[in-house]
Design a protein around this ligand. Structure first.
Ligand SMILES: [Fe+2]
Length: 243
């Protein structure tokens, strides 16, 4: 069975993730040990401070170098995506399309921390789906559980407007384990992701998280997450094959 990790800061020297090629390879080795077969590299893009051309150039270079480095190694397949930080009006900005996960209509969206989920945020997310034709995947949704308007995010998910992932680290943490269980049970979570940044401080915990979900919520709950990740990797591979 394959497993696709949809959120990982594994590209070397582009953001606060892997600081060099050696770290990138080590993270891929760790992911592989945990059963991950496919990974989407998702470097941060902050619209307030980052420059699109510079970002595209730096990220493509790092991605191509990493692909070359792992070409003959038995490591997970790496796809290119991005973790795009929310900005007001993004639902009507055609430029957002270039940040979608490689050749797909999925967008990994990071909401600002601690800020309330306002009507503008909600209508932007709806527009991402309806105007831009992209399916937003809300990154680490567990982080927003205490902000005003969190329930509106859950409503977007139940309405089929957005998808969401939880971080594997949250599933095995003391603080967020119960919340993650509740979100999974409530059918709000499509994906489990590592959001790994580094070998020591923010390593991947995919296997531990799947084991935890399996022991607390039953094997079928863990399997559902694996199956959804498989469907997405099949979709991406299918798109690749058409090229
Ligand atoms: Fe991230």
């Amino acid at each position: 069975m394959n497993f696709l990790d949809i959120h990982a800061h594994i590209l070397p020297e582009v953001d606060d993730g892997a600081r060099d090629m050696e770290t990138a390879i080590k993270l891929l080795e760790m992911l592989k040990e945990q059963g991950v077969t496919h990974v989407i590299a998702t470097p941060h893009f902050y619209p307030d401070t980052d420059n699109v051309e510079q970002f595209t150039e730096t990220v493509s270079k790092a991605y191509n170098e990493l692909k070359k480095e792992i070409e003959y190694k038995d490591l997970p397949t790496v796809y290119l995506g991005c973790e795009l930080r929310y900005f007001g009006g993004m639902g009507k900005s055609r430029a957002v399309k270039q940040f979608a996960i490689q050749n797909t209509n999925y967008l990994l969206l990071e909401l600002p921390y601690g800020a309330p989920i306002t009507k503008t945020v909600i209508s932007d997310i709806i527009d991402i789906k309806e105007v831009l034709g992209l399916t937003p995947i809300l990154a680490h949704i567990e982080r927003y559980s205490k902000v005003p308007g969190f329930k509106k995010l859950l409503k977007l998910i139940s309405d089929g407007v957005a998808l969401a992932h939880i971080n594997a680290g949250a599933v095995i943490s003391k603080e967020d384990a119960k919340l993650c269980e509740k979100l999974i049970k409530g059918g709000c979570i499509s994906y489990l992701a590592s959001d790994t940044h580094s070998v020591v401080n923010r390593p991947p915990y995919i296997k531990q998280a799947l084991d935890t979900i399996s022991s607390k919520l039953g094997r079928s709950a863990a399997n559902r997450l694996v199956i959804k990740s498989n469907r997405l990797s099949d979709e991406i591979e299918g798109i690749y094959e058409q090229y």
